[in-house]
Write a protein that binds this ligand. Structure first.
Ligand SMILES: Nc1nc2c(ncn2[C@@H]2O[C@H](COP(=O)(O)OP(=O)(O)O)[C@@H](O)[C@H]2O)c(=O)[nH]1
Ligand SMILES: [Mg+2]
Length: 243
């Protein structure tokens, strides 16, 4: 098959309860589009039936690719999926579809053009956040402040799980990714900034899902460690571009 126009890459860890509904909505949406598309699920370290479920779905959809990754971490799964995907545009998509799939149109041509990376933002003017508890919102804002001060000034939401990369940009950036946990986005966006790539922030509608794999204390502390790691890596020239 020729390379599709769009790849939707879904990292999935213990997602047996959310995945069927999400896949149902994604395939119903894709059927209505005129472009070609593939869906790539990357599962790792699940203790439930996520992998089996994804494979059952793949028997009914020839454009669904299911990958099982041995190494742990969301970053590892996304890296593998984005590098194995074949779409001209490659869209990272959380398995909970906390952003309605119809919003995807805003991230790709013809609605959006002239960009290298389009990132969903829950903070840009026009964004709407539904049902988010304030501890999560303010925790996120505190982490974003550290990200902006130390790494990415001007980006108000680097952590939303919906981002679109043009294929050539994905190939280049994901090969250089070194962080494999929740902070992988920050490193990728920093690499993109170094290359002066055009990052577009897209305001979205976002629905908080209490069923989160994020551990508010442990993962927040780990993230702060990663923010300093990226900052010091950058100061030591570890992200300098090879000629
Ligand atoms: N493959 C894989 N996916 C993960 C891992 N951790 C989280 N995810 C996925 O990352 C996405 C976001 O997770 P979620 O629990 O909704 O996080 P939140 O939205 O930040 O609260 C979901 O698709 C998860 O399945 C992991 O270790 N491996
Ligand atoms: Mg979520």
């Amino acid at each position: 098959m020729a390379n599709p126009f769009l790849s939707i890459v879904i990292p999935a860890h213990n997602e047996e309860s959310r995945l069927p509904r999400t896949l149902g909505q994604i395939f119903a949406f894709l059927e209505k589009q005129s472009y070609t598309a593939e869906v790539v699920i990357v599962e790792n370290k699940s203790s439930d039936r996520t992998l089996e479920l994804a494979r059952e779905f793949a028997q009914q959809h020839s454009n669904l690719i299911v990958l099982h990754e041995e190494k742990s971490g969301k970053g590892n799964a996304v890296k593998r999926g984005m590098l194995e995907a074949r779409g001209e545009y490659r869209f990272i998509c959380d398995a909970d579809l906390s952003m309605p799939i119809e919003e995807l149109q805003k991230f790709i041509p013809p609605v959006l053009d002239g960009f290298d990376i389009a990132i969903a933002s829950r903070e840009a003017p026009g964004a709407i956040r539904y049902d988010e508890p304030s501890y999560r919102h303010w925790g996120g804002r505190a982490i974003n402040l550290a990200i902006q001060v130390l790494i990415l000034p001007g980006l108000n939401d680097t952590q939303c799980g919906f981002k679109c990369f043009r294929s050539d940009v994905a190939e280049e950036l994901f090969h250089r990714q070194t962080l494999m946990g929740w902070s992988f986005d920050i490193e990728l966006l920093y690499l993109a900034r170094r290359k002066k790539l055009r990052i577009k922030e897209i305001p979205i509608q976002w629905y908080f899902d209490a069923d989160s794999k994020v551990n508010a204390v442990k993962d927040a502390l780990r993230m702060i460690g990663d923010i300093f790691r990226i900052h010091f890596n950058a100061m030591r020239g570890r992200y300098d571009l090879k000629p």
